[in-house]
Every structure is written in C-alpha cells, then in structure tokens.
Design a binder for this molecule. Structure first.
Ligand SMILES: *Cc1c(COP(=O)(O)O)cnc(C)c1O
Length: 397
C-alpha cells in the first residue's frame, strides 16, 4: 500500500486533477514528502536495524548538529521527550520555579509541571511575539532580591521565529540561571545570523508531522555540552550502565528514536532550506494579497530575526473593520480549510489556573485576534488563492 494511503494523507497536490484540487481539504501544515523517504526507509529495513539504535539515529544526529550549530545531539521519540530530559538534566526538583513565555504550546511546560515544578508565565514582546527580554530583566532582578530565582528559563521559538536568545542569555548568565530553549518551532530560523537554540544550555527540537521537516514523529535535545547530552542519552535508554546484566543507578525512560523514523527524518532534513524558502514565499504571498485589507496585520519579523514562517499568523481587528478571528476561522472551516487560533496563552489554560504570571496582555491580545493560516510548504498557488479569495470575501459582506 502506498504510504499516502496507509497514513490517510490526502494525495499530493500535483496528483490531483484541477477539479479535485479546487475542493480538496486544505490542512494547516501537513507533511511534505521529498521522494527520498521510501528508498531511505527501505535501506534501513534491509540493514536489519529495526530498533531505536544503529547508524540511522547517529546519522540523523550528525546532520542535526550541522543544522543547529549545536555539536552534541540526541535523537528522541518526540520534542516533548527532549524537553523532559532537558528538565531532568538541569536537576529540576519538586517546588522549583520554571519560567516560560505564556504564548506557547503546552509541551513546553507540561513535563516540568509533571515533575512537580511551579510554572511562571511571562508575557511576550509585541516586536517578536516571543519572550520579552525587558520583562525578563525586571523579573529576574526582583526574584534575585527575593531569593527565589527560577531553576530554569525556557524561552520559545514561535511559528518559525527565534526568540531573542542573545538578550535572554545575557540576562540569565548574569544570575546564573540556565536556559533551555524550546526550538520545536524554530528549526531553520536564525537570529543575528546564528541558528535558533544555539548558545542555550540545551535546546529541544521536534519532528512531529506538522513541523517544517518531519520524521513522522520525533524530537531531539541538543547542546554544546557533551556531558549533558551523554547523561540525557543514558536516561533516554533506561539509564543502563555498561554491564552485561544491565546495572541501574537511577531510572530513565524509553525515549530513543527508532531507526525507521530517523532515516525518514534524515531524508527530510536535506530539504530544510527549500522548505524555509517555500514557507517564506507563502507568507509573502498572503501579505501581498491580503495586506491592503482594513484591520489585518501580520506577525512581525524584527531586524535581528530571519524566521522560517513555519506558520503564517495574521491578526484580525474587528474594531478596524476586519472579521473576528472566529468568524474567519469558521468561514474557512466551512470551505474545508483548516486554520487555528494563535496559541491560547498558558496562563489562560484551566490546567494552570492560579499559576503566577508576569507582564501585560500582549499574548492574550494575540490569542484573541491571531489566526494561523494554511502554511504547508506543498501548498499550491491555486490552493493559496482559495484561502485568499475566501478571506477577502469576508470583508465585502
Ligand atoms: C511541537 C512542539 C513541541 C513538542 O513537540 P512533539 O514532538 O509534538 O512532542 C514543543 N513545543 C512547541 C512550542 C511545539 O510547537
């Protein structure tokens, strides 16, 4: 059975007849195959390494080290596993505070909370939609005076844009607070010419099916510190010490990335530069064809940032004549087009009710008005035109 059928993906756009393409559902960010996946999978199966071990995970790690500029990489079964191991290697303990940007996906903070840590959610900067360094500076100074510095600061790369990691690292270094960067959405992005995540104590990446390149599910933890990644590697494989009978001084997890998925991820990773170019072109086309409408705005890209535009996010302001975010989302959904509100801030999630937060209402405002549009790198011009035409129609009502 062809892979596309087995996983129930819609057929690739180029194989649809024009009529079918005109009505086929459009997804937010579906996987985009390169054609090199099947030969890579076949080679791995034939090699006999049908396990989370062998040359494929090692080759994927080496390629990721190249891409991320972080020399030590551990391939994992998910980005969430990477964050979990990151917290564990930072020695996170029950009752410790972990600070993160409130505008993120739950996976950033879920493992820390499950370990008994107390989250504090910080607002984002309107300049980048990522953790606000000025707010962080004030909060760190205040926490230092009160003797309650966080165990870790976890900035987040958002929708393909790197956080202002240089400013964040400078502040955290001043107080000796380690930075674990959630770069799950940041692969391929740079800030001031440096890859997203590079410079943090550790950075976590994701290869879930919706990310800019996928392993069909997977993640990684990366660092410049070989010892940290060696410790994470042991924990990811049940903390086995080298002994024929398996000796355990502590307990770990079964978080290794299968060879099968690693070979898929490796085949995808080679296409990253072209995927970045495609997503940026899609963003620019949305902006060119929607930017004149009253009350619409686009996620900004500060001068220090060059992102991937993993997701194109627009802001819709009804007070200025735009439809509401929900009206737009529902109209798109009725036409078979998937879109999604900008992440609901963590401080507004019932799971984190009562958690302390710092800063203003930037993230809450972005959630209220922000919508992510179909952004997959295989999105065709005619599919994009369908999204654009439908949205433009909402202004004519
Ligand atoms: C996708 C994502 C993750 C986690 O990735 P998985 O591989 O799905 O576990 C973590 N953080 C953010 C911000 C993400 O978007």
């Amino acid at each position: 059975m062809p892979i596309a059928e087995a996983v129930q993906l819609p057929p690739p756009v180029h194989r649809l007849r024009p009529r079918a393409e005109a009505t086929a559902p459009i997804l937010l960010s579906p996987p985009h195959l390169t054609g090199e996946e099947l030969p890579a999978l076949a080679a791995t199966l034939q090699s006999g390494w049908v396990a989370p071990a062998g040359p494929a995970p090692a080759a994927f790690e080496a390629a990721l080290a190249e891409t991320t500029g972080l020399p030590h990489v551990l391939a994992l079964s998910s980005g969430t596993a990477g964050l979990h191991l990151g917290y564990r290697c930072l020695g996170l303990e029950r009752g410790d505070e972990v600070w993160t940007a409130t505008l993120t996906y739950v996976a950033t903070i879920a493992p820390a909370v499950q370990m008994g840590a107390r989250p504090r959610f910080l607002d984002v900067s309107p300049e980048s939609w990522t953790l606000d360094p000025e707010l962080l500076e004030r909060e760190l100074a205040r926490a230092a005076r009160a003797g309650r510095l966080p165990r870790a600061v976890v900035p987040v790369d958002l929708f393909g844009q790197s956080c202002d990691l240089d400013a964040i690292l400078a502040l955290c270094d001043r107080w000796g607070v380690p930075v674990l960067c959630d770069s799950a959405e940041g692969l391929g992005a740079t800030r001031r010419g440096r890859p997203a995540g590079q410079g943090a104590r550790m950075a976590a990446f994701s290869f879930n099916g919706n990310k800019i390149v996928t392993a069909g599910g997977g993640g990684a933890l990366a660092s410049a510190d070989a010892a940290l990644i060696a410790e994470a590697r042991a924990l990811a494989h049940q903390a086995k010490r080298p002994a024929p009978h398996y000796e355990h001084e502590t307990t770990g997890y079964s978080y290794g990335l299968s060879s099968i998925l690693a070979s898929l991820g490796l085949a995808q990773l080679g296409a990253l530069p072209s995927r970045v170019a495609a997503r940026r072109a899609i963003f620019e086309r949305y902006r060119a064809h929607l930017g004149d409408l009253p009350g619409i705005g686009f996620m900004p890209e500060p001068g220090w940032s060059r992102g991937t535009r993993w997701l194109t996010a627009v802001l819709l302001d009804p007070a200025l004549g735009a439809p509401s975010r929900e009206a737009a989302r529902e109209a798109l959904a009725a036409a078979g087009i998937e879109s999604r509100p900008v992440w609901k801030p963590m401080h507004l999630q019932p799971a984190f009710r009562g958690a302390p937060r710092s800063g203003g209402t930037v993230a809450a405002g972005l959630f209220e008005r922000g919508l992510c549009l179909p952004s997959g790198s295989a999105l065709s011009v005619s599919q994009q035109d369908r999204v654009i035409g439908l949205l433009r129609g909402l202004w004519r009502r």
